[in-house]
Every structure is written in structure tokens, then in C-alpha cells.
Design a binder for this molecule. Structure first.
Ligand code: ZN
Length: 188
């Protein structure tokens, strides 16, 4: 009701005629529909990370993100999915929060790689993969999740990689023990 009341006032005041108003609202509705269609389907990359810590939950990683990127208004984990190692989350357990629920961009690579954040799904393995290999059950969970996302969003295997392999990123994340070549074969 309030909406129509406002519209009447705008028309009454002669700010805009009915034809312009009809065209304007149609265009607005069309772009909103097209935009929401694009928004949830824009994912084109998958980037694997490790947490570089032995313990991890949605809550603890949300705190880490808050500390590392103090000015980011998105109070969520930096990634789209995290996969537990049995310490905090269950072994191989997949968790996410509202960043994924609303298809919000990630905060898992540097600002230089805008597109890898905006259209890249970040998956973080809890654990320190510079010190330990990936437990088999956690790895199996990662492979299953990655394959599911690749098929859902039609992401080619060439767009799946580890954080440190993205050009311009200076990190050895997801850790020296992460079996990247094996992983890319397993998800192909
Ligand atoms: Zn990383």
C-alpha cells in the first residue's frame, strides 16, 4: 500500500509521467531478475586453501577473518566451504555460512586477483599441510565437494587450483603436503 501511495505522490507531483514510470519499473524489474540469475551462477573458479592451524570451526575462522581483514564489512569466514580434520569440526565434515548461502564473493585471495574472489569458490582444509599430509577422509570429502561444485557450475578442471598457484599470490598455501597433481587427476 505504502508503495502505491509513494508512486501516486511522485506522479501527482509531476516528477515523472506514467509512461516513463512504467518503462523505468519494467527495466528495474528486468535487471533485478537478470542480476539475480547471474549472481548465483557466476562461479567459475575453485581455489583450495589450508587453514595452517590444527583446530578450526566456522566460528574460529570467522574470528581469524575479522582479525586479518578488520575493515571487511562481511562478518563471515573468508572461504565458501571449510572441511574439518576432526578437531573442531568432524573429520571430513563440510561447513559453510551466510557467505555461501547468499553467494557472496570470497575473501580468500589477495585484492590483486579480484576475479578469483568474486567468481572463485574458496575451499579451506582445516589443518597445517606444511607439517602434515591430508587425512584420507578429509581428502575424500574435498574431492567429492569439488566434483559436485564443478558439475553444478560447469567449472573446468583448468580453473581449479591451489591458492599459491594463482598468478600474483605469494604463499605456499595449501601447504607443501597438499597433493595438487593427484587432486587435479581425481577431480577430472
Ligand atoms: Zn590460502
Amino acid at each position: 500500500m505504502q508503495y502505491f501511495f509513494c508512486v501516486d505522490i511522485i506522479l501527482f507531483m509531476g516528477l515523472i509521467n506514467r509512461r516513463k514510470f512504467a518503462i523505468g519499473t519494467t527495466l528495474f524489474a528486468a535487471s533485478a531478475i537478470l542480476g539475480s540469475f547471474y549472481w548465483g551462477r557466476r562461479w567459475n573458479y575453485i581455489i583450495i586453501h589450508h587453514s595452517a592451524g590444527d583446530f578450526g570451526t566456522v566460528e574460529s575462522l570467522r574470528q581469524v577473518h575479522k582479525e586479518r581483514q578488520k575493515h571487511d564489512p562481511i562478518d563471515a569466514i573468508a572461504y565458501h566451504y571449510i572441511i574439518g580434520n576432526g578437531n573442531g569440526l568432524g573429520m571430513g565434515e563440510i561447513a559453510s555460512d551466510w557467505r555461501t548461502e547468499y553467494d557472496i564473493w570470497g575473501a580468500h585471495v589477495s585484492l590483486k586477483n579480484f576475479d578469483r574472489n568474486f567468481r572463485g569458490i574458496g575451499i579451506c582444509l582445516i589443518g597445517h599441510l606444511d607439517l602434515n599430509p591430508v587425512p584420507a577422509k578429509q581428502y575424500a570429502s574435498l574431492v567429492a565437494l569439488t566434483k559436485r561444485l564443478m558439475s553444478k557450475y560447469d567449472i573446468p578442471v583448468r580453473n581449479v587450483t591451489g591458492h599459491g598457484m594463482v598468478a600474483g599470490e605469494y604463499t605456499d598455501c595449501p601447504g607443501q603436503y597438499f597433493p595438487l597433481e593427484q587432486f587435479l587427476r581425481d577431480v577430472s
